[in-house]
Ligand binder design. Structure first.
Ligand code: NAD
Length: 498
């Protein structure tokens, strides 16, 4: 069977005696294997990235941007192949794979602006014949550790900006979806990126722990579940590294009594069931204000769920694919069982769904719970599957109190026609990314992405302007050239403008 390896110093590389199975979740079959890098392999990648750093940080910024521009063109040329790999290993539909790829390419486009965003600030005559300026300097070897649910986009939240800023990079993708990263590495080399600037090590905890401990690694960007995000943040910062660690979510949408309900229900369908609910910005809780709107929303969701086309991601008409693994399917089904035990009303039960021609696939039909309450585990915990919980409250404040009390604070949304209610919501809600009649308010590439509370550990968000800060170190330079032979005597008072 095909064993995928790593990409180190501009070429495919072996390394590590352990392997993991890679599945095609739509077929429920092992399709390939991936090598799990051992400590020595990871250290080789770090060494290579470390050796490539000086030359790359001294490469003119415009040349670095030109590599990004060629890379963007290559991504577009190879989009079909990349999307096919994503669908084969992750299960999401081809159109959904294309969506994530396009959002990743947008970050590459933003990274092409490196000569502009790395310009710094200049002040003339901060004192007599003294000029002062700031520079954003590259920091060195940067690491990215990424989850299974966006095999191309989440890595591209990280490495295009890190590399454009003059750093070198080691990516540790999810071992469940290793192929997209390897293809992206080949395309970067084809785009003219010097060997060693971008490296991929496939692996698991052994690889991650080696990256966290190595003193040559300056910064770590992590995206994944909250328990691992906490671990990465605690260990990485204890080892003196700069760390941003994005974690899990439980995203609520409020449906106000005055909302355009048809629009809200359509939006909820895509946001709750798109990508089989395996998005960190998926809406997993619909908070309906008043029983009247709740009854209508539940009825309309039920009707739409009966039409939801679940199938292999490669099927042209599939709207939702399978879950990632058999274990994850068991976990999500377990939450549906639990919701029933906890007393929520299971309006739509997706557990018995069978997809013809793919009986072994990890499919679960869309599930809908009504009358969910805040004490239930199906409400408190991230399920990460096609399960939407409806919570009924009496007014907007009660809906917002619920959201503000929740452990997570990634994304949220309100459906309303009332500008005052929308403004109050966006101002007072304790969540990092807020939508007004927009269910998935994922920021575009020239803003930054990040949640609050247990959805992000660290100070700076991903991509956009925050990435320039995260992947660089500011240096202030103050310069004076004594002219006309004027010499000053020694000054013992603290320098100031008298
Ligand atoms: P995960 O935390 O299991 O894995 C993420 C990465 O960490 C992988 O590369 C994995 O190999 C590594 N890892 C796993 N266990 C580890 C351990 N014990 N020690 C060291 N490294 C370990 O996450 P996942 O299941 O791949 O992805 C789904 C999760 O990611 C969900 O919780 C989802 O909400 C979250 N996510 C968050 C965002 C965001 O922007 N906040 C975006 C996408 C996904």
């Amino acid at each position: 069977m095909n064993i995928l390896g790593h990409f180190i110093n501009g070429q495919a590389a072996d390394g590590g005696t352990r392997t993991a199975d890679v599945y095609n979740p739509a077929l429920g079959q092992i399709s390939k294997q991936v090598a799990l890098a051992d400590k020595a392999t990871v250290e080789t990648a770090i060494e290579v990235a470390s050796s490539a750093f000086q030359a790359w940080r001294d490469t003119p910024t415009l040349k670095r941007a030109q590599v990004m521009f060629r890379y963007k063109q290559l991504l577009e040329q190879h989009a079909d192949a990349l999307c096919r790999l994503i669908t084969e290993e992750n299960g999401k539909t081809l159109s959904d794979a294309r969506g994530e790829l396009l959002r990743g390419i947008e970050v590459v486009e933003y990274a092409c602006g490196a000569p502009e965003f790395l310009k710094g600030e200049h002040s003339r005559n901060v004192g007599p014949a003294i000029d002062s300026w700031s520079e954003f300097q590259a920091i060195g070897v940067v690491v990215g550790i990424t989850p299974f649910n966006f095999p191309s986009m989440v890595p591209m939240w990280m490495f295009p900006m890190a590399i454009a800023c003059g750093n070198t990079f080691v990516l540790k993708p999810s071992e469940k979806v290793p192929s997209a990263a390897l293809l992206m590495a080949e395309l970067l080399t084809e785009a003219g990126l010097p060997d060693g600037v971008f490296n991929v090590v496939n692996g698991d905890k052994e690889a991650v722990d080696t990256l966290l401990a190595d003193p040559r690694v300056e910064a770590i960007s992590f995206v994944g579940s909250t328990p691992i995000a906490k671990y990465i943040y605690a260990t990485g910062t204890a080892n003196g590294k700069r760390v941003q660690a994005l974690g899990g979510a439980k995203n609520h949408a409020i449906i106000m009594p005055d909302a355009d309900v048809d629009n809200a229900v359509n939006a909820l369908m895509g946001a709750a069931y798109g990508s089989c609910g395996e998005r960190c910005m998926a809406i997993s809780v619909a908070v309906c204000v008043g029983d009247e709107v709740a009854d209508i929303v539940v009825d309309k969701l039920q009707a739409q769920l009966s039409q939801l086309k679940v199938g292999k991601g490669t099927d042209a008409d599939a709207e939702m694919g399978p879950l990632i693994t058999a274990q994850h399917l068991q976990k999500v089904r377990g939450y549906v069982d639990l919701g029933v035990e906890e007393g929520a009303s299971l309006v739509v039960d997706g557990r018995e769904l069978e997809v013809s021609g793919a009986q072994q696939g990890y499919f679960l039909g869309g599930c809908l719970f009504d009358r969910v309450t805040a004490d239930m585990r199906i409400y408190r915990e991230e399920i990460f599957g096609p399960v939407l919980c409806v919570v009924r409250v009496e007014n907007q404040q009660a809906a917002m109190d619920l959201i503000n009390a929740h452990e997570f604070g990634n994304g949220t949304c309100i459906f309303t026609r009332d500008g005052e209610a929308a403004r109050y919501f966006s101002d007072k809600i304790q969540v990092g990314m807020v939508g007004i009649n927009v269910p998935l308010p994922v920021p575009v590439a020239y803003h930054s992405f990040g949640g609050w509370k247990s959805s992000l550990f660290g100070d700076l968000h991903a991509y956009g302007p925050d990435a320039v800060r995260f992947y660089t170190r500011r240096k202030m330079i103050t310069q004076r050239w004594p002219s006309g032979g004027v010499r000053e005597g020694a000054q013992f008072a603290f320098p100031s403008m008298k």
